[in-house]
Design a protein around this ligand. Structure first.
Ligand code: PMP
Ligand code: GLU
Length: 398
């Protein structure tokens, strides 16, 4: 069938594809170690599940307002006020079907054909595709020569007359690296003067290690509210990936346009899931802190393992999130797959790792850097140890 030009431009999500492939191999009885999934491996807390069950029992099974129930928007506004010191009215907030859907509605409402969004690289796989789906142009800004930290100089180098916005995702998926506060302040100041919007994707804000503090453009400067679109979700903070609840706060006219788009596409996000999100936002961070502690232990174990055992690979130390971005470029040209072909790219290495060692990882090329692979440590330490030993074996000949 003849497909739309837009659909033909879009790649499927590699992170979701690899997660699905791992699940399938496991269901076939294969002893696969999955480093693909970008979702916490902890069960959703009981008090959140209970809130959903109560909502169902109370008949919360019908449409809600398109942009979400008022109680949830108020709880989101309270969160923004407590965390960033910035006040939002409910009309400046919209709840959507996951952070991904928030970004989709945002770019659909914001971009005209050819408008540019600066995307610091390496980037989460969906940014570029969602921008393209909206007719926009993702302009990649490589941060690899600056320790994976976006800054004013890199920003200025990518600005053109068509720049409408820039994405900040700190801690980042896939590196886990956080931008320096000084750089966030400088980027914010400059963006405000140029009338460029900052899209701050703060989905990993509560998963930060070593006692470091989260920082974004709103914390840096309250007057940035006018130029900021804050995207977030309950997915990672409370291990609620399947609930599909994300939210956006931004200029009222933009939120109204997103509301129109949502009203003609999904309507409201699932009613009882909204009640789960409400309980989550009101329930504090005891569970999140427990998860964060576990993620930090796993990160430390993995960094130590690579340093001691796999000298040919070099991980980037993550400040947060639950991903290890590992430089594997030293193995290129030195390994051969089962067909006798030499491995020269991140996808060839990931294919080799899965076929020969039953380890699933995401090739860095999907995040815009072919010298790396991404290992998610949102999986138990026993599984991590097994997988790391297989990776060690895969590179033993080097
Ligand atoms: N932003 C980033 C950086 C992510 O890694 C994810 C992961 N899924 C999302 C947004 C969207 O999350 P979700 O749609 O599951 O809420
Ligand atoms: N964001 C997660 C990841 O990068 C989940 C999958 C997805 O939505 O891309 O793996």
């Amino acid at each position: 069938m003849k497909l739309s030009c837009r659909a033909s431009l879009i790649k499927p999500s590699a992170t979701l594809a690899i997660t699905a492939k791992t699940k399938k191999l496991k269901s076939e009885g294969k002893n696969v170690v999955g480093f693909g999934a970008g979702e916490p491996d902890f069960d959703t807390p009981d008090y959140i599940k209970k809130a959903v069950k109560d909502a169902l029992d109370k008949g919360q099974t019908k449409y809600t307002p398109v942009s979400g129930i008022d109680e949830l928007k108020t709880a989101i506004a309270e969160k923004f006020s407590a965390d960033y010191g910035v006040k939002y009215e409910n009309s400046e907030i919209i709840v959507s079907c996951g952070g991904k859907h928030s970004l989709y509605n945002l770019f659909s409402a914001m971009l005209n054909d050819g408008d540019e969004i600066i995307v610091p690289s390496p980037y989460w796989v969906s940014y570029t595709e969602i921008i393209k789906l909206s007719g926009g142009v993702p302009v990649i800004a490589d941060t690899s020569k600056n320790g994976f930290k976006f800054n004013l100089e890199i920003f200025k180098n990518r600005i053109t007359a068509k720049t409408r916005g820039v994405i900040i995702n700190s801690p980042s998926n896939p590196t886990g690296v956080m931008m320096d506060e000084k750089d966030i302040i400088e980027v914010a100041d400059f963006a405000k003067k140029q009338g460029i919007y900052i899209i701050t994707d703060d989905i990993y804000e509560k998963i930060i290690f070593d006692g470091k503090k989260f920082f974004n453009v709103l914390i840096a400067d309250k007057s940035m509210k006018e130029y900021t679109i804050a995207v977030n979700a309950v997915s990672k903070t409370y291990s609620m990936t399947g609930f599909r609840i994300g939210y956006t706060a931004g200029p009222r006219d933009l939120i109204a346009a997103m509301n129109n788009i949502q009203s003609q596409s999904t309507s409201n996000p699932t009613t009882f899931a909204q009640y789960g999100a409400l309980a989550a936002l009101k329930g504090g961070y005891e569970f999140t802190d427990m998860m964060r502690g576990e993620f930090q232990k796993r990160r430390d174990y993995m960094l130590d393992f690579f340093e001691k055992n796999v000298k040919s690979m070099a991980p980037v130390k993550p400040d947060g999130a639950f991903y290890l971005f590992v430089d594997i470029s030293k193995v290129f040209g030195k390994l051969k797959n089962s067909n006798g072909e030499t491995i020269n790219s991140s996808s060839e290495y990931c294919d080799y790792l899965l076929d020969k060692y039953l380890v699933a990882a995401v090739p860095g090329v999907e995040f815009g850097n072919d010298n790396f692979i991404r290992l998610s440590f949102a999986t138990g330490l026993d599984v991590i140890i097994k997988g790391l030993n297989r990776i060690k074996e895969s590179a033993a000949s080097i």
